[in-house]
Design a protein around this ligand. Structure first.
Ligand code: SAH
Length: 206
């Protein structure tokens, strides 16, 4: 067993009070250090974001757990992630859903994440380079969409690619502080529920 992983999950449970047994059990199965460059491996399991190059970061473990929990995955869903980064969040989604599609705008990160996910054996994940503002139309519609970069507003196209009854979770707002929002699609209506404030690297439009 991975002692640092257990400490990380213990912290999410005790310090932040997030219970979600499925999400935390899945996190224990992922070697987080594999998603992080050698020089930062010492802090791979620490309670904060870690640089992954190109000015980007892998999100704080609690943030990853919180967003994943909001998706309420049961196991057979088709999920779209926007902002692949290291691929860590995609690996977590792959353990909790049926199939994961993930889009990253920085080609070097996208290639690295694809290689890493393959090497580590996450088979139900597809990675592509592109801008998440267009989603991944060929594979739509999705049961769940997760945006892992800070948006000012949610691109309409992402709602369009969401199934009726599906959920979209994204950090949204002006400036650095983003509000975590869960949107549920009910026919033509989008129901919105707001959660806490989180910090994110910005979503960059083309
Ligand atoms: N989920 C990642 C962390 C994401 S950091 C992980 O688990 O490691 C946010 C990522 O979103 C960055 O890699 C950034 O390049 C990417 N990003 C920003 N704007 C984007 C856009 N328009 N389309 C796709 N990816 C984007």
């Amino acid at each position: 067993m991975n002692r640092k992983g257990e400490m990380m999950v213990g912290e999410i449970r005790e310090k932040y009070g997030l219970k979600s047994p499925q999400v935390l059990a899945a996190m224990l199965r992922i070697p987080r250090e594999e998603f992080i460059a050698d020089k930062f491996r010492k802090i791979a399991y620490s309670d904060g974001p870690v640089p992954i190059g190109h000015g980007q970061t892998i999100s704080q473990p609690y943030t990853v757990a919180f967003m994943t929990d909001l998706l309420g995955l049961k196991g057979d869903e088709k999920v779209l992630e926007v902002g692949t980064g290291s691929g860590y969040q995609a690996a977590l989604l792959s353990l909790l859903a049926g199939k994961v599609f993930t889009v990253e705008r920085i080609d070097a990160l996208s290639r690295e994440a694809r290689k890493r996910l393959r090497r580590l054996g996450y088979k139900n994940v597809e990675v592509k380079t592109g801008s998440g503002e267009y989603g991944w139309n060929q594979e739509a519609p999705y049961d769940a969409i997760l945006v892992t970069a800070g948006l000012e507003w949610v691109p309409e196209e992402l709602f369009r690619q969401l199934k009726d009854g599906g959920v979209l979770v994204a950090p949204v707002g002006r400036g650095m502080d983003k509000v975590m929002i869960k949107y549920s699609k009910r026919g033509k209506k989008i129901i919105k529920k707001q959660y806490g404030i989180f910090h994110f690297v910005p979503f960059v439009e083309e």
